[in-house]
Design a protein around this ligand. Structure first.
Ligand code: URA
Length: 269
């Protein structure tokens, strides 16, 4: 078995995982000489460190050891706040996660009355990436709405509506299941503003009765019962990491991309 004290990791990744900064901000902290390992300044972001054994400090402050990463898929039920605790004493995601070692926290929010997929982890870097507005992580919702909306209204909502003085990003809104008096819609968003779906639909007088998030990036809720959680399978974690790495590449300025990508870009011209 490998000795955890000897297990190594790149310094910038460790700082990002510890939630100190994003990977790129960590690179800057290191290059600026603000990070020391066992008392010596290290200027190389990719330097290998042993987080369990080395004293790693930023601006003289020791970064606490972080537990091994844990990646959880939770089906948040209705009537639960998606924070770790609630000042008003309502049931919280913290109550549902408390038995899990490693202190995972939710990456993002769902409304109190929304249910569905909430990804939770103690990997600070992954949380940053999932929540960063420039990553445009895909989120799929099923929304039960009152009455039968006009297709034209749905097309306009998908094209973008103004909320708080700012147009929403293009989305996808389609019919999923028709009932006599209600309809289920499928809504795909690439951003995450407060009560976004309810407010987008409300601009055309459409009221949401029930809202369920069924997918986030490559992760799907599947048949996980409300209130239950499970660890991501290794293949799911690998797909999520690949998905985020691809979004990262897509948003990186051309001059900042790794050499291989630049060569491909030049050859294509
Ligand atoms: N849109 C909403 O209106 N609520 C949610 O919880 C998520 C998306």
């Amino acid at each position: 078995m490998t000795d955890p004290l000897q297990s190594e990791e790149r310094l910038n990744r460790f700082l990002a995982r510890a939630g100190v900064a994003s990977r790129r901000e960590a690179d800057r902290l290191i290059q600026d000489g603000r990070v020391t390992v066992n008392g010596a300044a290290v200027h190389e972001p990719g330097a290998r460190v042993r987080p369990e054994a080395d004293a790693i400090k930023v601006d003289g402050k020791r970064i606490a050891r972080i537990p091994p990463p844990v990646y959880i898929l939770l089906n948040k039920p209705r009537g639960v706040v998606s924070t770790m605790e609630d000042p008003q004493g309502r049931p919280s995601v913290g109550d549902l996660l408390k038995a899990i070692p490693g202190k995972p926290v939710p990456a993002g929010r769902l409304d109190y009355d929304t249910e569905g997929l909430l990804f939770c982890t103690n990997d600070g870097e992954m949380v940053n990436r999932l929540l960063h507005p420039r990553y445009h992580v895909r989120k799929v919702y099923h929304a039960k709405v009152k009455g039968i909306p006009e297709s034209q209204a749905l097309a306009r909502i998908a094209a973008g509506v103004v909320l708080d003085g700012r147009k929403t990003q293009p989305a996808q809104v389609s019919f999923l299941k028709m009932g006599q008096r209600n309809v289920w819609l499928k809504v795909i968003l690439y951003e995450g503003r407060k009560h976004q779906i309810k407010r987008m639909l409300a601009t055309y007088g459409i009221t949401v009765i029930k809202l369920v998030r069924v997918a986030l990036g490559p992760l799907s809720l599947g048949h996980l019962p409300a209130g239950a959680w499970r660890k991501l399978r290794p293949d799911e974690l690998a797909r999520l990491q690949k998905y985020l790495a691809e979004l990262d590449k897509a948003r990186r300025p051309f001059h900042n991309r790794p050499k291989k990508a630049m060569t491909r870009g030049r050859a294509a011209r």
